[in-house]
Design a binder for this molecule. Structure first.
Ligand SMILES: Cc1cc2nc3c(=O)[nH]c(=O)nc-3n(C[C@H](O)[C@H](O)[C@H](O)COP(=O)(O)OP(=O)(O)OC[C@H]3O[C@@H](n4cnc5c(N)ncnc54)[C@H](O)[C@@H]3O)c2cc1C
Length: 424
């Protein structure tokens, strides 16, 4: 197995793909190109330990710094790819040089979504390392290590922080900023925090958790203005509510970074479209991680995930696919969040129409909520119950039929909820 594989994006998907190529016996050249100046690092730490400034840089790295050299992986940092040309199979770098490839993996991840204010609302200038405009504002976004450093310094000077968005990143930053002694306010258009990943009962828990730690989360907020006013950032909502703070963070989700794929004419629809083997619509071009919208044969539809574990397992699977190796069994997509020392884990989706079984007590932050749809688990959210979450994930992955009485019975392990008909 010789030749050259080029990987664009040195996040967890790209870095894991590079490592997997070697562990699977690939002896050709591997070129790993990353736009950021740092070697691959643990992005989930950006809103937690890195923002808090409580961790040594080396502990944030995905691999020890000599790993890439030892495994003969050419890691090029600060190397932004400008375009890919699938015809002659070339990757063009910002410095004007081109690299030929036998296969290329696009693992360019995602970038923060920017704010679209209510009709006629005033748009803000947003500053961030990922395509933000302007360079001196106090309205920031957060995706990479550099952004965390800018945000920490800004909140240190500004003293108070307004977070737009009560999703995972907004809530984590609120918790971290409180730990730094900063006054924090959160606003969101939704009715509850974490609405995208957790059912209302967990959203209420998270709202109270923040309130107990001095953070008010204002919901149902339709922002009409966010801008700089003197030394402050000022925000206003359609219903007349208004806020000001030293600094604002816009944390309203992310969008897949598909610009290279679009310019190269690849199929793109909320992410780069790939088949179940991570192949894009162009021969020799693969995609994985946050940027990829992968066809899930079990669900019969394309899905894009934005979780660390998914990006990691997709990177490994794409590498095997590039080598023509059979697909290993993949874990179902799941993520986690850490706020004020509480570990919240989630997988699948619990819709309003699903039956919800609560094991333990959500109010006391020790619970697993299982969603049941047509007898099977549609989703699970656990607070401080990592072992039970693993068991629930396993049942979900097996598509097991669950007995609701045993599922609700805390005196029995969750695995006991598996009915005979659901055993595989
Ligand atoms: C602040 C934060 C906290 C998070 N916390 C959690 C958490 O607690 N739990 C969880 O499950 N998930 C979390 N996530 C999500 C998780 O980190 C992502 O799902 C994961 O990092 C995606 O990995 P990726 O490799 O696909 O993309 P990324 O990590 O985004 O990496 C893509 C890389 O590609 C580079 N790139 C882009 N374009 C180019 C180009 N043209 N040329 C060269 N390089 C390029 C980028 O600079 C970047 O380094 C968090 C995300 C953020 C932003």
């Amino acid at each position: 197995m010789t030749g050259r594989i080029v990987i664009v994006g040195a996040g967890v998907a790209g870095a894991t793909a590079a490592r997997t190529l070697r562990t699977e016996g690939y002896t050709g050249e591997i070129v790993l190109l990353g736009a950021e100046p740092e070697p691959p690092y643990r992005r989930p730490m950006v809103s937690k330990e890195i923002l808090a400034g409580t961790v040594e840089d080396r502990r944030t790295l995905l691999q020890p710094s000599d790993f890439w050299h030892i495994h003969d992986i050419e890691l090029r940092l600060g190397a932004r790819v400008e375009s890919i040309d699938p015809g002659p199979a070339l990757v063009w770098l910002a410095d004007g040089t081109a690299i030929g490839y036998d296969s290329v993996l696009l693992a360019t991840g995602a970038r923060p979504r920017t704010l679209r204010l209510a009709p006629d609302g005033e748009s803000a200038t947003i500053r961030g390392s990922y395509g933000g405009v302007g360079g001196c504002g106090r309205i920031l976004t957060l995706r990479g290590r550099a952004d965390a450093e800018v945000l920490r310094e800004a909140i240190g000077q500004g003293g108070s922080l307004l977070i737009v968005g009560a999703g995972l990143i907004g809530c984590e930053v609120a918790a971290t900023a409180r730990g730094l002694g900063v006054e924090v306010t959160v606003v969101d258009a939704a009715g509850l925090p974490l609405e995208r990943v957790a059912p209302p009962v967990v959203g209420e828990f998270v709202r109270k958790l923040h309130a107990d730690n001095g953070v008010a989360i204002h919901t149902d907020v339709l922002l009409t203005h966010l801008g700089h006013g003197g030394e402050q950032v000022v925000a206003a909502a359609a219903d007349g509510r208004a806020w000001n703070a030293g600094v604002a963070l816009v944390a309203i989700g992310s969008v897949p970074d598909t610009s290279l794929a679009e310019a190269a004419g690849l199929a793109v629809a909320d992410g780069i479209r790939v088949d179940e083997h991570y192949r894009t619509s162009a021969a020799g071009v693969y995609a994985a991680g946050d940027v990829a919208s992968r066809f899930d044969p079990a669900a019969g539809e394309h899905r894009r995930e934005e979780h660390w574990n998914s990006a990691q397992s997709q990177g490994a699977a794409a590498a095997r696919s590039m080598l023509g190796k059979p697909r290993a069994t993949e874990d179902i997509a799941w993520g986690w969040s850490m706020q004020y020392g509480r570990n919240i884990q989630f997988a699948g989706s619990i819709r309003a129409a699903d039956e919800q079984i609560v094991r333990g007590s959500v109010e006391s932050g020790d619970a697993t909520v299982v969603g049941l749809r047509e007898g099977r688990s549609s989703g699970v959210v656990a607070i401080g119950r990592a072992a039970e979450f693993r068991a629930a994930r396993d049942l979900m992955a097996r598509g097991a039929v669950l007995d609701r009485e045993s599922c609700a019975d805390e005196s029995r392990p969750l695995a006991a909820a598996l009915t005979l008909s659901g055993q595989s």
